[in-house]
Design a protein around this ligand. Structure first.
Ligand code: DGL
Length: 312
């Protein structure tokens, strides 16, 4: 399938220097989140697709998205996706439930590369819950989105979902706080009512939340099965790459790879952040064991470029 840098003829490419050539199978995959949460998806993608080159963009300057208005989220999502395409990405993962719930249709409409989104694991939770009571922790924007409402309606059946906005949790992870007493107390205020209602399953409906799994365990013990969809997202990405013939060759067979040092360089993701990137570097090192430099990047929003009335 031929890929143009951007599909929409009515929408000029924002970034000068975007490659006019279609990205090939050895081009990188772009992964994006409002901040650090998408690292939980990057971790699953690296495990499932070790030969793929990855670029991760954290929009931490503007996190959290979960309490922003819809236009703001769509504006940032499109700007970052377009930037990733300008960096040569052959496929994109919008590793943010909030951005997916508001903007995935627009991103797919505008971009000529496969765009994979994420959504809360309502379906697996509804299938596996024994008590038929399921807690759902997600951002306020995700929970009120039409996309989420339709998903929940499709799978409710005899299952009761307890919807809880996770106010304050994204901010905690962005500070690299995954276990402070204040955070555990906040989490307890969200999780205890679910336990009291006999929930046996908790959907982690935001990619930041898997980094809070130990804190949740300290509250709920093994009473709650945690549903994190990052492995399913990695599988979906794999299927999409296969269907478009975009899977990378195994690193050892790349012509240009002469030795292990170069092979290593191909395997390490490139990290970018719209803020100073310190927290991204810290969390990647402590939770993923990846000690990689983070580059600061300025990605103006479409509004700032005067393109806000551009139809999407
Ligand atoms: N990781 C994002 C998500 O999955 C967090 C959204 C936010 O920035 O509030 O929804």
């Amino acid at each position: 399938m031929p890929f143009d840098a951007l599909r929409s003829s009515s929408s000029p490419a924002v970034y000068v220097g975007a490659s006019p050539e279609a990205p090939g199978s050895n081009a990188p995959i772009g992964i994006f989140d409002s901040g650090l949460g998408g690292l939980s998806v990057l971790r699953a993608v690296r495990a499932a697709l070790p030969d793929e080159r990855l670029i991760y963009a954290a929009d931490s300057l503007y996190a959290p998205y979960g309490e922003r208005d819809d236009d703001f989220i769509a504006d940032r999502t499109l700007a970052i996706c377009e930037w990733l395409v300008s960096q040569g990405a052959k496929a994109l993962v919008v590793a943010c439930n909030t951005a997916t719930s508001q903007s995935i249709a627009q991103a797919r409409e505008r971009l000529a590369v496969p765009v994979i989104g994420v959504e809360p694991g309502i379906k697996p939770a509804a299938i596996t819950s024994q008590t038929r009571v399921v807690g759902v922790l997600a951002t306020a924007v995700t929970l009120r989105s039409a996309r989420f409402q339709a998903l929940a309606e499709r799978h409710t059946g005899d299952c009761r979902f307890i919807l809880q906005p996770g106010h304050g949790l994204v901010q905690a992870v962005e500070r690299c706080d995954t276990d402070s007493p204040e955070l555990v107390a906040l989490l307890r205020s969200y999780v205890q009512p679910m336990l009291d209602a006999n929930a046996d399953t908790l959907v982690l409906g935001c990619t930041h939340y898997p980094f809070l799994d130990e804190a949740i365990r300290s509250i709920a013990g093994d009473r709650l099965t945690l549903v994190d969809t990052s492995i399913a997202i990695a599988r979906q990405l794999e299927r999409q790459l296969d269907s478009f013939g975009l899977r990378a060759m195994p690193a050892q067979t790349h012509d240009q790879v002469q030795d292990q040092t170069q092979a290593q360089a191909i395997e390490l993701p490139r990290f970018y952040s719209t803020n100073d990137g310190k927290a991204l570097r810290q969390l990647a090192a402590s939770l993923l064991g990846l000690d990689v430099a983070v580059e600061h990047v300025v990605i103006p929003s479409r509004r700032a470029l005067g393109l806000e009335s551009d139809p999407v």
